[in-house]
Design a protein around this ligand. Sequence first.
Ligand code: NAD
Length: 473
Amino acid sequence: MNDRYLEFTNSSLGKTIAGMIGLPMPPRLRRAKAAWAVQPLEGRHVLVGATTGATLGAPLLRAVAGAGAGLRIVSDHAGLAPLKSAAAASKVNLQGNPGAEAGEPRNHALLFDASGLSSPSQLRELYDFMQPLVRGIAGNGRVLVVSRAPESLGEVNAKTASTALRGFIRALGKEIGKNGTTANLLEVPDGADDALDAPLRFFLSEHSAFVTGQVLALRPPATGNVALPGSLEGKIALVTGAARGIGASIAQTLAREGAKVVGMDHPSAEGGLAETMAKIGGVGLAIDVTASDAASRIAAEVGRNFGGLDIVVHNAGITRDKMLRNMPPHFWDMVLNINLGAILKINEGLLKDGLNDGARMVCISSIGGIGGNAGQTNYASTKAGVIGYVDAMASTFAKRGGAINAVAPGFIETAMTAAMPFGPREVGRRLSSLSQGGLPQDIAEAVTFFASPAANAINGRTLRVCGQNFFGM
Ligand code: NAD
């Protein structure tokens, strides 16, 4: 579906008119055009800062330099000492920040290591770093703050200060979205310092174009060092609801990274499924996710052809909206069964037979399950249930060397949202920090990141991919 308003305000006539009468001008987001590159930040400059006493400098600098970016610093900042010693230990070069007037490329990102925060008064170091620099970031830029996870901090002042960062990032996301720039927070517990490569590449690159204002908390990984994103070669992936929309895009993106995709959809969508699978050399399975034998049929089919599943994406979902007072029981039952019941039932079967060790699962939730929308008591219950489910199942998957996470889309341009009335559709699009809906690819990129063994420190989490939609806060 086309967002005609975005197209108009990005034309030269539209820009002039929108500027004259003060209309919002949604930025054109730069999205990844190809597979996870070996160096997704090549040619970019990342300006790094830190609090005094910061301890994550070495893995952060290594990750950013390894992704191809040039590292810059400002000379008069509090956290320079830990950064300089981290750079020396990691054998990476730090350059000065030339400033806009020098004609050098602008900074693509600001990366701040807040792991040394020990009290709220130290938040001033964050202000001192960000305040003068934030206006100089290039369009479609990135702000990423990395902190110690508040839950892992015993000391009251440190915990308070690290939690304050969540408010900072959510507010900053709303200020800087106008030119497509995003702001996110990565929380790192003890034991996860060596698992920063993949999250950093995701949050600093074009693979996360529609993710802003979010907090992602890592966990100590169940497995050791693993290859970086782009390593789905040889993996077998099942995607439900793969005939169209977000599911089709997830299937295409997993295939782009080298996975062999088994796409599943309702028998009524068999034609669309065959078309999508033909484009990516995938295999179609026309099975209703609510069929009582769905799990055993998947296991039999995959087992016969490929052995077992390394990746499962539970994406199939429907809406049947009505105010609760008018909601017929079959609307309730259908939505509950397809969006939630089927996930639990299929997994029960696949955990016994069908999943390979180390399998990674991603379930599609929704910001409707976080904020709730009138007319969606059924849908919101299922999507909130998914968030609880991935949390509850995290240790089961970790014991098998794998992980289970959820992605919660905001307003995404698909047939589902095209069917909305004009008013709510426009509100859904514009009331976000990026003033537009996302594309199926935005969800697919986050799913693909979670599906990678490189995301080995992410388990039981839900990431909103919603352009910081003001619903579901
Ligand atoms: P869509 O309607 O375009 O596609 C859903 C797919 O699921 C279809 O191919 C459909 O045939 C399939 N499906 C439905 N019932 C099935 C069943 N019983 N068995 C097998 N397959 C079945 O929807 P979409 O917009 O691509 O949404 C995909 C997922 O993302 C859903 O879980 C949805 O709730 C979620 N989501 C979408 C948005 C959005 O803005 N589009 C926002 C939040 C969450």
